[in-house]
Design a protein around this ligand. Structure first.
Ligand code: FAD
Length: 407
């Protein structure tokens, strides 16, 4: 079998890349997935699609995903069931007030709809919240969330409709190359010749890229969130999402429950070879963390949510995001190996960025000018690194621990 491009990994990023390639008229694209579509860390995501970012180059990438969602829904007739509830950003200290002013200025610059709301209005939207400490609040009304598994599925369906071949339950074992040029992949079901490979294998991507001695600058880092028991009086459908940097917390509604994330000081990081190949069902890391983090950090959240301590927790979800030390995505070509591309450093926001990353990589493969500057995301921006070393992984984990903007 000989094709133009093989995309490895059918998470949101790989599926979006395959669709963008097909949309550009690239013939013979194959999307290969070891398990089933969206079964990797995509299936674990909280899937906040926060538009405004202090890392401004990420904004057009995320805006592109929103546009893609409209397009694939229309094209396939399937809904991704996007929930446009908006995000309320809360500032309760002088420092976070300044940061929020900066965020609002960025939103204005990128025409992201936002409006300042009073503490009383916050209370109307979020009745469970104690708003006494609110100094400033801004409502970004177009922010949405969805089920990332569904998004991966609809991107894949749209790709398939345009002629992409999707091979599930097929594992890429080796990348094949000759004279610094990609010539194919070897799977557990045979070889496929190709001119281009996109490594979108998420947390496992470096296992493949390191076969060519090409590190992707990112590392697998645990993400964690909790879901409360249903309480439809407190958590009504359609409530906005919340970002509270002073509590290092974010929330979003989850069918009558509340999904909330609390930042950890030390997010565990993993060697890719230690990760389960199957979709993870187990708790990652020390199971006691599920309670210890709440015990150690929940009190800041509880100061905004007085009945928090009486709430019962239904579930604690862990999964892997692929963090980078600077918090930017990682994608693009490896200059020294013709035809080899990465699309794998999601910075904890790969659902939101999937469409934009997919478009950028497809443009690069097609030899077109990328629609936004790719430099901040380049695979060589950190110089020489060993992506498996504990020191590097710690740098990536630190960037998650410091993240304050939700998702
Ligand atoms: C707990 C949690 C919360 C999150 N919250 C958010 C959020 O609020 N907002 C947001 O935007 N993002 C969030 N994310 C991140 C988000 O899940 C990812 O960025 C996004 O889903 C993109 O993932 P991916 O496609 O890179 O990887 P994955 O979904 O893991 O896909 C990679 C695929 O590659 C396959 N694969 C690996 N090796 C091979 C091989 N050799 N051959 C064939 N296939 C292979 C795997 O089976 C897998 O399906 C969260 C992540 C977690 C874990």
């Amino acid at each position: 079998m000989k094709v133009h491009t093989v995309v490895i990994g059918a998470g949101t990023i790989g599926a979006a890349t395959a669709w963008h390639l097909a949309k550009k008229g690239v013939k013979d694209v194959v999307l290969i997935e070891r398990n089933t579509i969206g079964s990797g860390n995509t299936s674990k995501a909280a899937s906040l699609m926060t538009l405004v970012r202090t890392k401004e180059p990420m904004i057009p990438i995320i805006q592109e995903t929103y546009q893609n969602i409209e397009e694939i829904q229309e094209f396939t007739g399937d809904s991704v069931e996007i929930q446009k509830v908006g995000t309320i950003h809360i500032a309760a200290s002088e420092e976070s007030e300044k940061n929020l002013e900066n965020l609002v200025a960025i939103a204005d610059k990128h025409s992201i709809r936002n409006r300042e709301i009073s503490a009383n209005e916050v209370k109307e939207y979020i009745p469970w919240m104690d708003t006494d400490k609110v100094k400033k609040a801004s409502y970004m009304e177009d922010d949405s969330f969805l089920d990332a598994y569904v998004l991966a599925k609809v991107f894949s369906d749209a790709a398939k409709k345009l002629g992409v071949e999707i091979m599930q339950n097929t594992e890429v074992m080796n990348l094949l190359h000759e004279n610094n040029e990609i010539i194919g992949v070897r799977t557990n079901k045979g070889e496929i010749e190709c001119e281009n490979v996109v490594d979108a294998a998420g947390a496992w991507a470096n296992q493949l890229s390191m076969q060519l001695n090409k590190p992707i600058p990112m590392a697998p880092v645990r993400s964690i969130y909790w879901i409360t028991k249903k309480n439809e009086n407190l958590f009504q459908k359609g409530q906005p999402m919340l970002v509270i940097p002073d509590a290092m917390a974010y929330t979003r509604p989850e069918s009558g429950s509340l999904l909330f994330g609390l930042r950890e000081e030390d997010s565990p990081h993993f060697h890719p070879e230690d990760l389960n190949k199957e979709p993870n069902v187990d708790f990652l890391g020390n199971p006691e963390d599920a309670w210890n983090i709440i015990i150690n950090h929940g009190k800041d959240f509880a100061s905004f949510f007085p009945s928090f301590e009486e709430l019962e927790i239904e579930n604690c979800i862990t999964g892997i995001s692929t963090y980078t030390p600077d918090g930017y995505y990682t994608f693009g070509p490896f200059k020294e190996v013709k035809g080899f591309y990465a699309a794998a450093g999601c910075a904890g926001a790969g659902v939101a960025g999937s469409g934009g990353i997919g478009r950028m990589v497809a443009e690069m493969i097609s030899g077109e000018e990328p629609f936004t500057d790719p430099q901040p995301f380049s695979v060589d921006r950190f110089g020489e690194i060993d992506p498996m070393s504990p020191g590097w992984r710690q740098r990536c984990a630190d960037s998650r621990s410091k993240k304050k903007d939700g998702g």
